[in-house]
Design a protein around this ligand. Structure first.
Ligand code: ADP
Length: 309
């Protein structure tokens, strides 16, 4: 416990507004729905909460608006004990995701970046001391490009980069990711940026290898219920999933990343941290919502399968 390093998450803080409908409305149509619940979300906040609940020493760098939603967006971070000194309040709305779920399970989502758009290079630079003192700096793709691109020069520990959603980035920023954490869809988009002329391989092993060959420091390729693949200087490591009865995988990927940060901050090698992450991602898939489904350090985690499917 005492040897753990600090984790700083630079990223989005959102409120998720949930609406359940029988079917999605057609353009111009008004329908009755149920729900209306507002939950704290945003990939950045989710990952910070996941890491803090597992006992990580976590700081958040981000922004919320001046509206009432800011309180909701920060609720989970506060409850998990995340240091919020790096979160500023800017004029305008807090980031908002309007999530409509139809009876057939199909989602449609409108995301309004709001205050997250203010997490620019200047704000990242103002967190310089916190970033330099962190063992792990985590970021995603829900803040402006300039904010992300300012990070590698300020990070002295590991740069855990989850480029989701994928945007056009300086290739050197993608290569500095150690690890780059992507699902198969994101991996193909990143590879297309790093090696535009190359064909995108089919097999996950070949995608992970191709990302390393394109210069990425290390890679974790997540494969849903199939677990994940780690590619680092020692080669390729297959990390099994923990078999569970999944009820809602919302935010499971973010739980995986928060746990990965905790393992790395304890000084574990990447494959060992990915095994913990696999257990935590599976745990999160067994509960509803994102942050409410994350385990604490006291929870029993589901064991990994011996051999992945
Ligand atoms: P994303 O949601 O970002 O696409 P994944 O679906 O790959 O990410 O999930 C991230 C990780 O969470 C997986 O690598 C796995 O470890 C865990 N996970 C996700 N869904 C399940 C599931 N149904 N059963 C077990 N583990 C899961």
């Amino acid at each position: 416990m005492s040897s753990r390093g600090a984790i700083t998450v630079v990223g989005s803080i959102n409120v998720d507004l949930l609406a359940q409908v029988r079917r999605h409305p057609r353009p111009g149509e008004t329908l009755h729905g149920t729900g209306g619940t507002m939950l704290p979300g945003g990939k950045g906040a989710n990952q910070a909460v996941a890491a803090a609940r597992l006992g990580g020493d976590v700081r958040m760098v981000g922004a919320v608006g001046t509206d009432a939603q800011a309180l909701v967006g920060l609720e989970g971070l506060r409850a998990a004990g995340v240091d919020l000194a790096g979160v500023r309040e800017v004029d305008g709305p807090t980031g908002l995701a309007i999530v409509t779920v139809a009876e057939d399970g199909e989602n449609s989502i409108v995301v309004i970046a709001g205050a997250n758009d203010a997490v620019d290079a200047a704000q990242v630079a103002s967190a310089r001391d916190v970033l330099a003192a962190s063992a792990i700096v985590v970021c995603q793709g829900e803040i402006p490009r300039e904010g992300i691109e300012a990070l590698p020069d300020l990070v002295t520990g590991r740069f855990l980069h989850n480029p989701a959603p994928v945007m056009e980035l300086d290739p050197e920023v993608l290569r500095a990711s150690d690890p780059l954490v992507v699902n198969e869809h994101e991996a193909a988009l990143v590879l297309a940026q790093l090696a535009p002329a190359a064909a995108i391989p089919e097999a996950p092993e070949q995608i992970a290898d191709a990302l390393r060959a394109a210069g990425v420091a290390s890679v974790v390729l997540t494969l849903g219920a199939q677990g994940s693949l780690v590619a680092d200087a020692d080669g390729l490591h297959r990390i099994p999933a923990a078999p569970v009865q999944a009820v809602d995988t919302t935010g499971a990927g973010d739980a995986f990343i928060g746990a990965l940060a905790v393992g790395l901050a304890r000084g574990e090698p990447l494959p060992a941290a990915a095994r913990l992450a696999s257990q935590v991602g599976a745990f999160a898939a067994t509960g509803h919502g994102a942050q409410p489904s994350y385990p604490s350090a006291e929870d029993d985690l589901p064991p990994l399968a011996e051999v992945s499917a």
